[in-house]
Design a protein around this ligand. Sequence first.
Ligand code: NAD
Ligand code: MG
Length: 379
Amino acid sequence: MKKQKEHQEKKRVVILGSTGSIGRQAVEICAHYQDRLEVVGLSAHSNAELLASQAAFLNVKNTALTTKDGPQALVELALSHEPDIVLNALVGAAGVQVSYEVIKTQTTLALANKESLVVAGELIMPYVESNQLLPVDSEHAALFQCLVGEDVKEVANLWITASGGPFRARKRQDLTKVTQAQALAHPNWSMGAKISIDSATLMNKGLEIIEAHHIFAIPYSNIKVVQHPQSCIHSLVEFVDGSFMAHLGVTDMRIPIQYALSYPKRWPAAFSPASLDLCELGSLDFHAPDSETFGCLRLAREAGEAGGTLPCVLNAANEVAVDAFLDGRIGFLDIERIVESCLTSHSRQDASSLELILEADAETRLKADELCAKLKKGG
Ligand code: NAD
Ligand code: MG
């Protein structure tokens, strides 16, 4: 891995997707720690005004607006300015290619874009060197921290916690008529639209199982999900001797974002209050997740276990269906139907190249679009 130049005190950071929910919080941390972090690149997809004001605020010369500059601009921006760390805070499969290229050049990747590993984990992981990939997703950042100094061979199970989202404890019949606004209203976290819907369907947890499988090289059978409505424990590692290590904290993404940027050090929190009030909290609850009601969780696990192009198909179908739901073109339960239908009709191929994966992604998007149109017509 590229060694941070010794004469240089500040880490050089590129933030991809700086106008999004994760991106804006990363900008805030970089602004707070201007003595330790130097932002050398910013990208956005649509909000040119916010991108320009972030660049002026942090004095960043290199920016990319991807709608105008095209996806190759992301790779150029990520790699042309000698970064020590690239934060991928893009949403969806749009983040895959740049993750792959960053990893291949041995640059440290702080990864919020879980879709990168869902879609192309089998291709990306063989290139990842020790501590080159720093997870930002809160569950994976928690697992990563529980594993510092540990041997993954001594792990019995990874326990990923799930809040259950806005529809926790509901049954299928209660989900037929839910609205966009209800699905977007996450009880514990404030996030971008796509991940908020994924949290409501529990697809997010399914994507996180696949993400964890790749990051920690743990078999699917040893990755468990436990529902924990307070979201105070961000995940747990169970070791072979029966010990559990848990990571706790307030539900604020600035903590895992900052840890990825400060790693291997810890810096004082850039915001307040960052401390968890345990006495105020009182008690913690745990339940098994309901994968009958939330079929996306089951579909994601199955696609992950099957591997090859199937997780890519799962992701692409889900992205199209989530967009259609957000546009009011399909219902909430149609998301699961579309994902399932795309998975069933796809013939699995090995994930042998990025080109092949991107082809499966494009084909699935067409198919999922057709299904959305049919559902709309059918009412
Ligand atoms: P968001 O929608 O708020 O922001 C996405 C960013 O990516 C924006 O800057 C947008 O301009 C850019 N973008 C969108 N489409 C693009 C495209 N096609 N090409 C290039 N850039 C594009 O999303 P978010 O909630 O910040 O999530 C970002 C990633 O982090 C997702 O993979 C999500 O699953 C993950 N994540 C988010 C949270 C959270 O709290 N928001 C928590 C854990 C993980
Ligand atoms: Mg998460």
